[in-house]
Design a protein around this ligand. Structure first.
Ligand code: GRF
Length: 226
């Protein structure tokens, strides 16, 4: 069993392609001192991503890295790694980053990249997860925070939250219900990492409680109380 990250204040690098509401939720948790971390930089691959503006407005450095200006994925990702290293980032937070990460970033940050996906993995990977869940007809869906590996939404799972799917749900109403949970569990997962409580055994994540015993009760209840 290995400790995923040693305890300490984490320097975060956020990668976002769109709206940036998860970035904002993490930013707020830090501001409210619920999470001991610092967002060093937000990087976007899309020049018109609202996330860039949200970062700027809050005094967080934001960097546009336009893939069209690079010869290939490798050189594009090398630039991302250079920027992350300049900011001494120790955890990459994917927050609506719409590209599959390649070897260049993965190798530079092994076990140091997290993602949030709007479904209960391993169900409904990839794009349009909320639509997939609705069309499949599941009664419950939710969201998953996981460590990123080379697959599409396949890495070890840190936290999940469940929401009901109602018969009159639309993609929008279900997405909104899931998003509310995303905003709660993403920073909580980063908090667990920053407290050195996240361990990896095979592909299973074990969460330790403060006394270094594996959490075996209702974990979300405990987290809410802390
Ligand atoms: C979220 O639904 C997240 O689960 C998915 O992309 C969306 C990003 O939303 N990976 P936002 O940009 O954080 O508002």
């Amino acid at each position: 069993m290995i400790q995923v990250i040693k305890p300490g204040k984490l320097k975060l690098g956020v990668l976002a392609s769109g709206r940036g509401s998860n970035f904002l939720a993490i930013y707020e948790a830090i501001k409210e001192e619920k999470l001991n971390a610092e967002i060093k930089v937000l990087i976007s691959d899309k020049k018109d991503a609202p996330a860039l503006k949200k970062a700027e407005e809050r005094g967080i450095d934001s960097v546009l890295i336009d893939p069209a200006l690079f010869e290939n994925k490798e050189s594009f990702e090398k630039r991302i790694v250079t920027v992350l290293k300049e900011y001494e980032v120790d955890l990459i937070v994917l927050a609506g980053y719409m590209r599959l990460l390649g070897k260049t970033v993965l190798k530079a940050y092994p076990l140091r990249i997290v993602n949030i996906h709007p479904a209960l993995l391993p169900s409904f990977t990839g794009l349009d997860a909320q639509r997939q869940a609705l069309e499949y007809g599941v009664r419950y869906s939710g969201c998953t925070v996981h460590i990123v590996d080379e697959g599409m939404d396949t890495g070890p799972i840190i936290l999940q939250a469940v929401v009901p799917v109602y018969q009159d749900d639309t993609v929008e109403s279900l997405s909104e219900r899931i998003l509310q949970e995303e905003h709660k569990i993403y920073w909580q997962a980063i908090k667990l990492l920053s407290e050195g409580r996240v361990y990896l055994e095979g592909r299973r994540i074990i969460i330790m409680d403060e006394r270094k015993g594996a959490v075996n009760l209702n974990m979300m209840k405990k987290l809410k109380q802390s």
